[in-house]
Design a protein around this ligand. Structure first.
Ligand SMILES: NC(=O)C1=CN([C@@H]2O[C@H](COP(=O)(O)OP(=O)(O)OC[C@H]3O[C@@H](n4cnc5c(N)ncnc54)[C@H](O)[C@@H]3O)[C@@H](O)[C@H]2O)C=CC1
Ligand SMILES: O=C(O)[C@@H]1CCC=N1
Length: 270
């Protein structure tokens, strides 16, 4: 099974908001024909209308993949729509935070192949990372198919157990928001030091993007890259003394942040 299988048999996207849209944008950019995509969404965006995909029209009888990207809170309403789809070969892939595989098996039948996935929005520019795990009825070929589809929009990692998904959600699913907030805070701190807002934002944005690119490209660890910036008794050392404080700095704050997101993921799964 490959992308041609998806193009031939069709992909149904249930919910095309920020995450569904980010992935769709990536797939279309990778050459998935818009005519092979059918979106179900009561509130299609202008961007979606301009893509040429099918919107709220006829659905393929046995699509290769049904991708579920509605809010976990909307799942109760959305699942009955799904139950009518697929014939045992259709693979269901859910990106919903919290919602366990068991909830889909209850709605779709325990024999349905299901992959639970946690992507993130950098998928829109092909730089996402998605963690996946299949249920007992997802064949190796079907998990491979999900991986191939998601690899079109970034990296893919496979999990050993479903309960890892809560921590993954706290780190990489929600993670882009932490980084965007860091850009906001860095820019605001620059303004507090007298820089004009636009200049402070340009410096903050380029610094985070550049540091991310360097961290990915370099052979050194992030810890070594940090040391490389830090001259003895220099400016970085003074700044890091605040940021790295084990009681008031980023380490306890990041632990609390990721724990709160992971806890919320567990809560959504109840
Ligand atoms: N936004 C993100 O960074 C990430 C989101 N997710 C997951 O993706 C899912 C969607 O999240 P977002 O895209 O952020 O939300 P969103 O609110 O932007 O998109 C949800 C979409 O579902 C549509 N919708 C509502 N009811 C529907 C129904 N009954 N049938 C079909 N479509 C329906 C809405 O019109 C909307 O376009 C959630 O389950 C979330 O946990 C996962 C990883 C990252
Ligand atoms: O905030 C949320 O619940 C979703 C899941 C991960 C990122 N956004």
């Amino acid at each position: 099974m490959n992308m041609d299988h998806v193009a031939e048999n069709g992909l149904v996207l249930l919910g095309c908001g920020k995450m569904g849209g980010a992935m769709l944008q990536g797939w279309l950019a990778q050459g998935l024909p818009p005519t092979s995509v059918s979106v179900i969404d009561p509130n299609p965006s202008d961007w979606l209308r301009g893509t040429g995909v099918g919107i709220n029209g006829d659905l393929p009888e046995n699509p290769a993949i049904v991708l579920i990207a509605v809010k976990p809170q909307m799942m109760g309403e959305a699942l009955p729509t799904l139950a009518a789809m697929g014939n045992g070969t259709t693979l269901f892939v859910s990106v919903a935070a919290g919602t366990p595989i068991a909830a889909f098996e209850a709605a779709l039948g325990a024999e349905s192949p299901i992959v639970r996935a946690m992507p993130n929005t950098p998928a829109a520019v092909g730089r996402g990372i998605t963690a996946i795990i299949g249920n007992a009825h997802a064949s190796a070929a079907q998990v491979d198919l999900a991986e191939m589809l998601l690899r079109a929009v970034g990296q893919v990692v496979r999990l050993d157990t479903e309960d890892q998904m809560d921590a993954v959600t706290g780190v990489s699913g929600s993670g882009p928001a932490y980084v965007f907030h860091m850009i906001e805070c860095l820019a605001a701190a620059g303004e507090a030091q007298g820089l004009a807002p636009a200049l402070a934002m340009q410096l903050a944005q380029a610094t985070v993007a550049g540091a991310g690119a360097l961290a990915e490209a370099a052979d050194e660890t992030p810890a070594q890259l940090r040391v490389n910036v830090t001259s003895p008794n220099g400016t970085t050392q003074a700044g890091l003394a605040v940021l790295m404080d084990e009681e008031t700095g980023l380490p306890p704050l990041m632990r609390k942040t990721v724990a709160a997101a992971a806890d919320r993921s567990r809560e959504l799964g109840q």
